[in-house]
Design a binder for this molecule. Structure first.
Ligand SMILES: [Zn+2]
Length: 250
């Protein structure tokens, strides 16, 4: 998945959104050799003309914390997990040139930006983070720094596990019913298929994003075969990296 979005409302910047695939290799310091992760990240970013030193990544905990970051945090989480933004699953910045990143392997990467290209955000959203409101917090934080106007805010839900493959117990489903969400699952005999992408969409819509400004990648990490998947790969799983950045147009 790769998108380059050029805004009619800002001719000096371009928006880049990308998510690595299995062929790009492991992108998580928690899942393997650090030198290889750095090499893989450099290769992947280089394809879009980006540098690893400008990347910022959080230490993901499946929580709901969203941090506003600027160039003073440049490189944190880029070369090691040790200096990653702690206990955080979502980042926002209004600094062009910085690349925000999260790693996923079935969880959803959610990209968010405004049409004027004044700021961008990224969230790592699995079932726990969604239940705890990681997207609500991310959208609200973006709104805080955006004068409360979400009319021009867009979100893209990246490749993650689909309803086709995401079977859960009823307790997990009830957790979302408890949040007032419906039409978020299918039943197949005893099995409950939960639709995380639809949950993400509904939650952002509820926070005020316009329906037509939310787009979704249909591909499933588990059965699609192109992206790393915890549920498919088991103990051998590794992660992709999802990035969002604003870059000056030369
Ligand atoms: Zn699937």
């Amino acid at each position: 998945m790769f998108e380059l979005i050029q805004s009619q409302k800002n001719s000096s910047l371009k928006l880049i959104i990308a998510q690595s695939q299995i062929v790009d290799g492991n992108m998580s310091f928690a899942r393997g050799d650090a030198d290889e992760v750095i090499k893989n990240r450099n290769m992947f970013l280089g394809r879009y003309g980006l540098k690893l030193e400008n990347l910022i990544a959080p230490h993901l905990v499946h929580g709901n914390n969203c941090e506003l970051v600027d160039s003073s945090s440049k490189s944190r989480g880029a070369y090691t997990l040790d200096d990653a933004i702690p206990d955080t699953d979502a980042l926002i910045t209004d600094d062009p040139g910085l690349t925000l990143a999260v790693t996923t392997a079935d969880c959803l990467p959610v990209f968010i930006w405004d049409e004027e290209l004044t700021r961008v955000g990224i969230a790592h959203a699995g079932w726990k983070g969604l239940a705890d409101g990681v997207l609500k917090k991310t959208v609200r934080k973006l709104k805080d720094v955006h004068d409360g106007n979400l009319y021009n805010v867009h979100a893209h839900i990246g490749v993650g596990i689909g309803k086709c493959c995401y079977t859960v117990d009823t307790d997990r489903l009830k957790r979302f019913f408890g949040l007032g969400l419906c039409h978020i699952h299918d039943r197949e005999g005893e099995a409950v298929h939960l639709d995380l992408k639809e949950i993400a969409r509904l939650q952002m819509k509820r926070e005020g994003l316009r329906e037509e400004n939310i787009t979704i990648e249909d591909e499933c990490t588990k059965c699609g075969g192109n992206y790393p998947s915890f549920r498919r790969m088991g103990d051998e799983f590794f992660t992709d990296i999802a990035i969002i950045t604003l870059q000056e147009i030369e």
